[in-house]
Design a protein around this ligand. Structure first.
Ligand code: MD3
Ligand code: FE
Length: 216
């Protein structure tokens, strides 16, 4: 009964521990979302969203761009970080101040003081896109956390264990939610279920996800 009363109310700013090392900051980025999206458009004007190919030859359903000193790429040669955009041959766009500041504030709030990201991967999900269970292990030093920011359409996030066969938790992520993954959660398997079609006032029919990393 109480649940019904609260279901329609807007979500609140909260800090919750998903598992040890994984902190969900609900609604943490809502007030800055317009600025973040403007800056994402600026970045993607220089480094357009593209569907990269996995080493196995599959084209990803998620479109990606990057900013910062390093960008994450995948192609027939494998997964890696590199300082240039392979499409233009130019350095990745500078990480906008609004993005960098938000990532540092979120890491601080989650207890990872002094996080200094050198890479921001920008994922754009059209309806039907998904990301299978994987680990993020292309970075040099796993003692640095990863900060993720969800914008636009909601999605169900899958959060597994340190082995692929562990049954993942399902965590709904909405516009403005920020998650910080560090310590013992840093190498957990994770993924995103298929994005359902919808319309969001700020992003239309897309979901965007920013992941801030320390690549080197
Ligand atoms: C848990 N992106 O880009 S963000 C990725 O929503 C990626 O676009 C997803 O996984 C997305 O690599 C999920 C949440 C996330 C990011 C990194 C993690 C969860 C993580 C690293 C370790 C454990
Ligand atoms: Fe990942």
């Amino acid at each position: 009964m109480t649940q019904d009363l609260f279901r329609e109310l807007p979500p609140e700013l909260t800090l919750e521990n998903l598992v040890e090392g994984a902190v969900v900051l609900r609604q943490f980025a809502v007030s800055e979302a317009e600025q973040l999206l403007t800056d994402i458009q600026q970045v993607s004007a220089k480094a357009p969203f593209r569907h990269m190919k996995t080493p196995g030859g599959h084209t990803m359903s998620v479109a990606m761009s990057c900013c910062g000193d390093q960008g994450w790429v995948t192609d027939s040669r494998g997964y890696r970080y590199q300082p240039e955009d392979p499409v233009s041959g130019l350095p990745w766009p500078t990480m906008p101040e609004s993005l960098r500041t938000l990532a540092m504030k979120a890491a601080d709030a989650a207890g990872f003081v002094g996080f200094d990201p050198d890479a921001c991967l920008i994922n754009r999900y059209p309806p039907g896109a998904k990301m299978g269970l994987h680990q993020d292990r292309d970075e040099q030093d796993f003692s640095h956390p990863i900060v993720s920011v969800s914008l636009g359409l909601p999605v169900v996030f899958q959060f597994g264990g340190l082995k692929r066969n562990e049954r993942p938790l399902r965590v709904p992520l909405a516009h403005g939610d920020v998650v910080v993954w560090g310590g013992p959660a840093r190498l957990r398997y994770h993924g995103v279920l298929t994005l359902k079609a919808g319309t969001h006032a700020l992003t239309g029919d897309y979901r965007y996800n920013l992941t801030f990393r320390r690549a080197c």
